[in-house]
Design a binder for this molecule. Structure first.
Ligand SMILES: [Zn+2]
Ligand SMILES: [Zn+2]
Length: 318
């Protein structure tokens, strides 16, 4: 009897109140509203592994009159299919466009799942990403994900973006406006940030991390990342969505990472001028960085970031 009453009760409530994508030992994931007509699925704040199946970024959708615009669908075919299942709980509109924020595979290798479900979807990215999407750089990501997820990414293949979006471009889809900011190189040489004008939301890609630090690859420029974040803050948007970590206000999302990068560059410049080595700079700076010490990956990446900033300052001085 109780079971019948419970199932009748459940039937009376919208299904999306219950359902979510559950990853054992990691958490449950669903699209959450962050602004009117804008949802973000905040991924695990960690690196790819077998438990999270490689899911670690923030896929987002924006509802327009022409259908959904999706930003960064995720890392693998399997993850993309799960993300699509979840988005269908909040909207029955098709995805008509995908925007990839940059070339790191955790953000875009799930393009394949979107193209499989909606073959007409148009995929956009920075021109430098279009040029490199099928290069060794992407194949290295496929291999990294397969290794890290212990095979969960198997079957994933590259479905590259085909339409370029450069700094200053404005894309109009279903009467909604998407303004593009690209201050490259920053996190990589392929980053774009997207300002959705109607909702006042800025998608920062990996130009901002929250609660986690990540790697700067060989194409990065930390000073460029600082400039990019300043431009994003100048927009005075209502909502900022980082590449990793929860969305929120400028003070919650963009400023803390900007502060981290600025302290890093300032200390490294000063140290360089005083003929200190990078490990000496690291030791001096460490006590100042307590605000970020609890972020996932701090112990692994802080030293690498000091080293990276040191090389950047050295190159500037040459
Ligand atoms: Zn990245
Ligand atoms: Zn990322």
């Amino acid at each position: 009897m109780l079971r019948i009453v419970l199932s009748l009760f459940c039937l009376a409530l919208p299904v999306h109140l219950f359902a979510a994508w559950a990853l054992d030992g990691v958490g449950t994931f669903r699209f959450e509203p962050v602004a009117d007509g804008v949802w973000v699925m905040h991924g695990p704040v960690e690196e790819p592994n077998a438990r999270n199946h490689g899911f670690m970024n923030n896929p987002a959708i924006i509802e327009t009159k022409a259908g959904l615009v999706m930003i960064d669908p995720g890392s693998t075919l399997e993850v993309g299919r799960k993300v699509i299942e979840e988005l269908q709980r909040v909207s029955d509109a098709p995805v008509v466009a995908v925007i990839n924020t940059h070339i790191h595979g955790d953000h875009w290798l799930a393009n394949q799942a979107v193209a499989e479900r909606w073959p007409g979807v148009v995929i956009y990215a920075h021109p430098a990403m279009l040029a490199q999407a099928e290069s060794d750089r992407s194949h290295a990501w496929l291999e990294l994900l397969e290794r890290a997820t212990e095979g969960h990414s198997r079957g994933t293949r590259i479905v590259p973006p085909t339409r370029p979006l450069a700094d200053g471009d404005e894309l109009t889809i279903g009467s909604h406006h998407f303004r593009i900011l690209a201050s490259t190189p920053s996190h990589t040489d392929t980053d774009i940030m997207i300002h959705h004008v109607e909702s006042g939301t800025v998608f920062l890609g990996d130009n901002a991390f929250r609660g986690r630090l990540g790697q700067f690859d060989a194409s990065a420029r930390i000073q460029g990342n600082i400039e990019a974040l300043k431009r994003a803050l100048d927009l005075k948007a209502r909502v900022y969505v980082p590449g990793h970590g929860r969305s929120g206000s400028a003070d919650e999302v963009a400023s803390p990472y900007l502060d981290y990068l600025q302290r890093l560059m300032t200390a490294v410049r000063e140290g360089f001028e005083n003929d200190l080595e990078d490990y000496e700079i690291k030791a001096r700076l460490l006590p100042e960085m307590s605000a970020w010490a609890s972020w996932h990956g701090f112990d692994k990446f802080f030293g690498k970031h000091v080293n990276r900033a040191f090389l950047e300052v050295e190159a500037e001085e040459m």
